[in-house]
Design a protein around this ligand. Structure first.
Ligand code: ADP
Ligand code: LRH
Length: 477
């Protein structure tokens, strides 16, 4: 028996609605609709175009095949919409790269203390974590907070809930007992009543509202199922790992670099290395660190008027390596703006030659990301005790042969690249598992490995060059 599931997957750079067919030995993914995700600045504030995204979700569902078994939604983490007492959206959700959180994290860290924040949530310190955004927001009329995938699911079904993997990125979920932390909420002066009940991946959230059913042409009985609604949780669920001794890099706008664990690591060394313990499907822990990722490339491409990417990457592959280097995780790269100029200024400040051409800038970004991947993989292994035989690089970045090759060379580990659409596959597989198809997490990963195109990159063996470059940048820690 095979069934078809619709996956709505919204990344920071683009969204898609996919149709996934799953059965014994079968896993096929077809693109139904793809659309750009373009932030909009209004009155100086950077917003997501949430209604535009929802309109695309409806269009995608309308174009999806008849007879769907269920629908699942995932998106980027941390961002949310607020509903008033009448269930209406208050304002337009704000983008995590907006400047409203400038200085907020430092103030709260000073007030509450790093130790308490980390022991409670296990989350890395990122200025845009939901708790810091809430501290910068006006909650006076807020009755309900819904994370972006939960907001879209609410509009589709009327149901209200907070899916666990994405709730784990708020900084307000207790990493030990899995409940909203009343203590932290009280200390921060945040109203606990706005946080909805937690929903587990695999749980049916609800069925289509009659008007949504009429508009999309699907039956009103069509279930919307919670998946790993944090896109990175869905991506990790579809990593085609054959053993437990793997690391992953979920590589798109961000590179999420880490390992999968059974229990959180909350040591002082982990906190100082700024590692996160996010929730994965099946109660796993995604022990990882955010590396700035292909944002550096995306934002450079935007400044250059979006030239042809494969041609530019081919040119960058011919540029001599490890000359111009940046620390990709310098917070100066977080906001939007002229990225090539910021990269050049950073190189100059750090005593490296400024890239003189677009290809040199791209090479600088690829070398620097490979170095950050290397450093983060080493730290993940050291801090967690998890041994790593292979690195699975999934997401749009797995199409970037140069980055995959450099990551293998820098880390001294084989890199298995693919699937490109790991997030949508993880979304589909979590629905399929809830439906009694696709087996355990390990079995669904084996299904990905058996059915999806993958490419293996062996390290070149010149790790000494990379450790020298890492030392010059101060990256290996
Ligand atoms: P997100 O989910 O964060 O929006 P994706 O996983 O969709 O990101 O990855 C998008 C990235 O994939 C792009 O920024 C680009 O760098 C990379 N990419 C897409 N197509 C190609 C390609 N043909 N060659 C190399 N890289 C690509
Ligand atoms: C990747 C991602 C990442 C978060 C960031 C906000 O899309 O969800 O895991 O840290 O966006």
């Amino acid at each position: 028996m095979t069934e078809t599931f619709a996956a709505v997957d919204l990344g920071a750079s683009s969204g898609r609605v996919m149709a996934g067919r799953v059965g014994p030995g079968t896993l096929e993914l077809a693109e139904v609709r793809r659309f750009p995700n373009r932030p909009v600045r209004v009155n100086g504030t950077l917003h997501w175009d949430i209604l535009g995204l929802y309109g695309n979700v409806l269009d995608g569902l309308r174009a999806a095949p008849a007879g769907l078994a269920s629908v699942g939604i995932d998106s980027w983490a941390v961002d949310y919409g607020l509903l008033d007492a009448g269930g209406r959206l208050i304002g337009n959700p704000v983008h995590y790269r907006d400047a409203r959180t400038d200085g907020v994290m430092d103030r709260i860290r000073a007030e509450v203390g790093d130790d308490l924040l980390y022991q409670t949530s296990g989350l890395q310190f990122l200025p845009f974590n939901t708790l810091y955004q809430l501290a910068a927001d006006d909650l006076s009329r807020a009755a309900t907070l819904l994370m972006v995938p939960d907001l879209l699911a609410h509009w589709l079904t009327g149901a209200v809930g907070a899916e666990r993997t994405n709730a784990s990125t708020t900084g307000l979920l207790d990493v030990r007992d899995g409940t909203w932390s009343r203590d932290l909420l009280a200390r921060l002066g945040l109203p606990a009543g706005v946080l909805p009940p937690i929903r587990e991946p695999g749980e049916v959230l609800g069925t289509l509202r009659p008007d949504v059913a009429a508009e999309t042409g699907h039956p009103a009985a069509l279930p919307v199922v919670a998946v790993g609604s944090h896109d990175t949780a869905s991506a990790v669920a579809a990593v085609p790992a054959a053993t437990d001794r793997f690391a992953y890099i979920s590589c798109g706008t961000w590179s999420l670099v880490g390992v999968e664990l059974r229990a959180p690591v909350l040591t002082e060394a982990s906190r100082k290395a700024n590692f996160t313990n996010e929730g994965g499907v099946d109660g796993t822990v995604r022990y990882l660190r955010n590396v700035m990722g292909l944002w550096l490339l995306q934002e450079s491409m935007r400044a250059w008027g979006n030239p042809d990417l494969p041609a530019l990457l081919a040119e960058a592959a011919d540029v001599p390596g490890l000359r111009s280097l940046i620390d990709p995780d310098d917070p100066e790269f977080l906001p939007p703006g002229d990225m090539p100029a910021r990269i050049a200024a950073h190189c100059r400040r750090r005593g490296f030659p400024e890239p003189a051409t677009r290809a040199e800038t791209v090479r600088c970004v690829m070398d620097s990301l490979a170095l950050a991947h290397r450093a983060t993989l080493r730290q993940a292994a050291r801090l967690s005790g998890q041994e790593i035989d292979v690195v699975h690089l999934v997401g749009g970045g797995s199409r970037n042969e140069l980055l995959c090759r450099l990551t293998a060379d820098a880390s001294g580990l084989p890199v298995v690249a693919g699937p490109v659409e790991a997030t949508a596959l993880g979304n589909v597989l979590t629905q399929a598992r809830a439906h009694g198809l696709a087996g355990t997490l390990a079995e669904s990963r084996a299904l990905v490995a058996a059915t999806q195109p993958l490419r293996r990159y062996e390290p070149s063996g010149d790790e000494a060059r990379w450790s020298d470059a890492a030392a010059r940048l101060g990256l290996d820690g």
